[in-house]
Design a protein around this ligand. Structure first.
Ligand code: XIL
Length: 324
């Protein structure tokens, strides 16, 4: 295969999924964004549109406009669609805080939410992040509205409810657990326990937001392997590579490329067949959204620059998928 092939072509050719996270507004309004996604990726994840806040304007209503637009775009282009996410503690609807629910009401609400959302996309979403970020940074179960009402069993229930309405593969997804470390140890125990209780979980998503921190690729490979040995599929679900502001190397694009290459190599070596970057091009990276982020991190973490031109990291990934 020649080097003129797109990332999507070289990935597809070797059975690899290379993904990007999408927002509906850019898809509608920005032709170069839309073309980049269509030509360069064979997998997508809606960045926000499938989260509970955006989907639930009021307690008994849904707004699927943006979610449908993104999922339809993925299907129309033969892409693998990751659904993100059914249960999370962030981006809850605004009305949620004022709601004085009982534990039972909350449980019923979550069940209905999962049944409705995962059910609606049963034929169109291939994989779901059923539960996102349930483990706190110290490795304990994160205190959330869900844990508060149901304890650890909220995970069991969420996966079971999802499996009742869809055949999509079902993932647990988290950050800071990409390499072997205390947090991934805790998640390993949590997921082992779910499997022991026969909870229908198929895999784990390693977010891989590398913000200032680039764990040894060998440790990431080792981490991937141990989850695979549990019988779980492992995917890289939200990758980006940024440097601590003020501490970025002069050749940061090259260093970023080298790290993307190392992670792609770890994927090929372990048989992890899905790598999704969190955004399409630098201009719409989530790192640009928050006031404090540009002070903390460099804000060009993706494969395409502000103009949707491919960066060294893009070529590093393409070469790795051709040669690796
Ligand atoms: C982020 C989105 O990118 C932002 O647009 C939004 O304002 C906040 O959430 N981990 C996750 C993602 O699982 O859902 C987060 O997405 C980034 C961190």
């Amino acid at each position: 295969m020649s080097n003129d092939s797109s990332l999507k072509e070289v990935a597809t050719d070797r059975g690899f999924r290379i993904g990007a996270t999408l927002n509906a507004q850019s898809l509608r309004n920005d032709p170069s964004y839309w073309k980049t996604v269509r030509n360069e990726f064979n997998a997508i994840t809606p960045e926000n549109a499938l989260k509970m806040g955006p989907l639930r304007p009021a307690r008994n209503t849904y707004d699927f406009t943006d979610a449908d637009a993104i999922v339809d775009f993925g299907r129309a282009n033969d892409m693998y669609v990751r659904g993100h996410t059914l249960v999370w503690h962030n981006q809850l609807p605004n009305w949620f805080q004022a709601w004085e629910y009982t534990d039972e009401q909350l449980e019923t609400f979550l069940r209905d939410h999962i049944h409705t959302v995962a059910g609606r996309y049963r034929a169109t979403v291939d994989a779901w992040d059923v539960v996102n970020e349930a483990v706190a940074d110290d490795g304990t179960l994160r205190e959330t509205v869900w844990a508060d009402a149901m304890g650890e069993k909220y995970l069991d229930r969420a996966f079971r409810w999802a499996s009742e309405v869809t055949d999509a593969t079902l993932y647990y997804n988290d950050y800071g657990a990409d390499a072997v470390n205390e947090k991934s140890d805790s998640i390993y125990t949590l997921l082992s326990n779910l499997l022991e209780r026969d909870v229908p979980i198929d895999g784990i998503g390693l977010q891989c937001h590398f913000l200032g921190d680039r764990p040894a690729p060998e440790s990431i490979a080792e981490n991937i392997r141990r989850f695979q040995e549990l019988g779980l599929d492992v995917q890289i679900t939200e990758m980006d590579v940024a440097f601590t502001a003020g501490d970025a190397p002069d050749d940061r694009c090259q260093e970023q490329a080298a790290y993307y290459r190392a992670i792609a190599e770890a994927c090929l070596e372990t048989g992890c067949d899905t790598l999704v970057q969190w955004g399409v091009n630098d201009a719409n990276s989530w790192l640009r959204q928050f006031k404090d982020f540009p002070e903390r991190y460099t804000d060009d973490p993706l494969l395409f620059d502000d103009n949707c031109d491919p960066k060294p990291a893009y070529h590093a990934l393409t070469d790795t998928l051709i040669d690796g």
